[in-house]
Design a protein around this ligand. Structure first.
Ligand code: ADP
Ligand code: MG
Length: 329
């Protein structure tokens, strides 16, 4: 017999929510905030064909849907508390649901958060998650706050960097073949990103501004420069191309493809942040303490625009705008 809406919720999504005052099953979830903390809230929706391909495993889909949301909390320096899941799916297929739930629950457990509510409906496959976190009052990391002269940093995995998710996407699109193990090595960057939640919290009071990289470095840096500048005078930045961290697989690609993946790849879910030069040691300590690598990739300046310099100090062409769902072809 087909699984009904409430059986489905009960079977796959209701679990003990020990950290919530009230979890799934009532009209609202109820959460308690610690004294002196502010609530940080973020929502991200994943639509099949837009944000993920039908080839992704249900586990990875569940992981990624929550990971991209946790990445937003990370960028604000918030500690995750709980999340809700709004799910539209064509059929209540048990193999799909159990995989999806396993991916969600595993990442939620890794970050000590509970699924406290949601909504479930039949329709095209679409997952919308809202995460809630807490941050000491007034201490959230923001896109604003960067100053001319600040250093520009990006997080990454040991031996990894930006752009691998885009490389994997290009393989799926058929525009690129990666020899040997190459595809297997970059595919997790696209399907199984690791949100930098601990690093984000460690950077409170250290970074001057932060954002998570979802739409490509150039576009996302542009958001920081606009929010940190005056309304009519965005800040500018200089990026040293050779200092952009990249995997050995990406480093083997032609220069133009490397530039596209590194500067405009999208789906990196690394933290891009700025910090005064005097905070350099504290930035490195924050990374060390949280087991994440960070690279200094450039600096901010008052003069607007983003200049990318090659190894000889020459400006490189940067023909990419940030990703925009309504402008993308
Ligand atoms: P309402 O009609 O009041 O919105 P629902 O009948 O839609 O409530 O949902 C019943 C309960 O199940 C609520 O507590 C809701 O938060 C929860 N819920 C629904 N869908 C999900 C889901 N996909 N994951 C977790 N909880 C869910
Ligand atoms: Mg409902």
């Amino acid at each position: 017999m087909a699984l009904g809406e409430f059986d489905l919720i009960q079977r796959y999504f209701v679990r003990p929510a020990p950290r919530a005052v009230l979890g799934v099953g009532d009209d609202c979830a109820v959460l308690a905030l610690s004294p002196g903390m502010q609530l940080a809230v973020s929502t991200d929706m994943l639509v099949e064909g837009r944000h993920f391909l039908s080839t992704v495993s249900p586990q990875h889909l569940g992981h990624k849907a929550l990971a991209v949301n946790l990445s937003d909390l990370a960028a604000c320096g918030a500690r995750p508390l709980a999340y809700t899941l709004a799910l539209s799916l064509p059929r209540a297929e048990e193999a799909f649901l159990s995989g999806l739930a396993a991916g969600l629950h595993a990442l939620a457990d890794a970050h000590g958060i509970d699924l406290v509510g949601g909504d479930t409906t039949a329709g095209p496959l679409n997952l919308c998650i809202t995460v809630m976190g807490e941050v000491p009052a007034g201490q959230a990391l923001l896109r604003s706050g960067a100053k001319p002269g600040d250093q520009l940093w990006v997080s990454h995995a040991p031996g990894g960097g930006l752009g691998d998710a885009r490389l994997a996407l290009e393989v799926f699109r058929g525009t690129l073949a990666l020899p040997g193990e190459g595809f297997a090595r970059v595919r997790p960057a696209m399907e199984c990103p690791q949100p930098r939640v601990a690093l984000g919290q460690a950077l409170r009071g250290v970074a001057s501004a932060a954002i998570d990289l979802s739409d490509g470095l150039m576009g996302d840096l542009g958001h920081v420069l606009r929010r940190s500048g005056a309304p009519d005078a965005p800040l500018g930045a200089v990026i040293r191309f050779d200092d952009l961290p990249r995997s050995a697989i990406l480093a083997d690609q032609p220069q133009a493809l490397q530039a596209q993946c590194l500067l405009a790849g999208g789906d990196d879910y690394e933290l891009l942040f700025t910090a005064p030069a005097a905070h350099r040691a504290r930035v490195l300590e924050s990374a060390e303490a949280t087991g994440v690598m960070v690279s200094c990739i450039g600096s901010l300046r008052a003069e607007p625009g983003i200049q990318v310099l090659d190894g000889q100090g020459q400006a490189m062409p940067t023909p990419w705008a940030g990703f925009d769902h309504f402008k993308a072809g």
